[in-house]
Ligand binder design. Structure first.
Ligand code: FE2
Ligand code: FE2
Length: 340
């Protein structure tokens, strides 16, 4: 399986330069994915005929652009730099089931995508080397899956509120916003690479399995599902931390001169001078850290009756409490007695 996945990628990378460019522009051969022009910014309001964007903006004559309902909070560089890899100990059988499932999925994903993290001293071996294309393949696949849980959780809570004729207490918006945020990660990376036929089939299959699996699991135990997403996001923070380390240690030279796509600049409100690929990865990692905190917190609550701490107004606002930005990041989430 790994060699089958990697073959089209290697074929592209090994091709003579003019062919690589042709491939990148026309994308006529099915494969995993091919990189779009590096250091090229797609401006959503000014489509170019030089390179067609993967999903060009709609050409509606009276519409300038489409606004989002979920405005992203502003992160500072210091806050994003402070984000760290972390782990919440599994305390209950439900936690252990969630953690075990994430570990099995991570193992399977690493096998399929050919990703292996080296042990100390083995970093130089070829089988552990990642490049820009391999990272993007991994990001695109993972982000296409990451957008599922929030939408399923939000949808099921929405339906429960409708059929139960009762309030939801603010969970739905946070869950749907998480799904939207993950989709923005996906759309951003799709501005840098175009998936081939095989990758599209993988995404399709993964969504079919994961959506249904998560849907059924959420009906049975939403608490375990939020814990599962918390652990999944721990892995996402780890993945982006390793990518940032690769970039900062000179292993990804193409990304050193790559600008963040316009869609990302607008979404994260990236300030002038902080719009590199490295900045982009810092923003995405910070989002994943926020999802990690939100889902571990939701996993600590009474699913049926507790209000959403991220949509709450607190009686004492001076006391640290959950919020959308990165002012207080809790790796293992807020405990119930801290917030309810
Ligand atoms: Fe993500
Ligand atoms: Fe995430």
């Amino acid at each position: 399986m790994p060699s089958f996945v990697a073959t089209p990628v290697r074929a592209i990378l090994g091709a003579p330069k003019p062919y690589q460019l042709l491939y990148a522009r026309k994308v006529t051969i099915p494969g995993i994915l091919c990189l779009l022009r590096p250091a090229r910014r797609f401006n959503s309001s000014a489509p170019s005929d030089r390179t067609k964007a993967f999903f060009p903006p709609p050409s509606a004559p009276h519409i300038k652009q489409v606004e989002t309902a979920w405005v992203h909070p502003v992160y500072t560089t210091e806050q994003m730099r402070a984000v760290a890899v972390g782990h919440r100990d599994a305390k209950t059988w439900s936690d252990r089931a969630a953690l075990g499932t994430v570990r099995v999925l991570r193992w399977g994903m690493d096998r399929v995508s050919g990703y292996r993290h080296p042990k100390p001293g083995q970093e130089h071996k070829a089988k552990f080397q990642m490049n820009e294309r391999k990272w993007l393949t991994r990001f695109i696949f993972l982000e296409s899956v990451a957008g599922v849980p929030g939408m399923v959780g939000g949808m099921l809570r929405h339906l429960r509120s409708l059929r139960g004729l009762k309030r939801d207490n603010g969970w739905i918006e946070t869950l749907l916003e998480e799904a939207y945020n993950e989709r923005m990660h996906l759309l951003t990376f799709l501005k840098l690479a175009k998936p081939g036929l095989f990758m599209r089939l993988l995404v399709l299959g993964a969504q079919g399995v994961f959506f249904n699996g998560f849907f059924l699991s959420y009906l049975i135990s939403p608490r375990t599902c939020h814990r599962f997403v918390g652990y999944l996001e721990e892995e996402a923070v780890l993945t982006y931390t390793r990518a940032i380390q690769d970039l900062e240690t000179g292993k990804l030279p193409e990304w050193e001169k790559t600008e963040a796509p316009e869609i990302a600049v607008q979404y994260w409100k990236m300030p002038e001078g902080n719009r590199t690929m490295r900045d982009l990865l810092l923003y995405v990692r910070a989002d994943e850290a926020k999802h990690r905190e939100v889902n571990h917190t939701l996993g600590n609550l009474n699913q049926a009756s507790d209000p959403n701490p991220y949509a709450a107004m607190y009686k004492d606002p001076t006391k640290p409490h959950p919020e959308k930005g990165l002012t207080h990041v809790k790796t293992s989430g807020w405990e119930r007695d801290e917030v309810i």
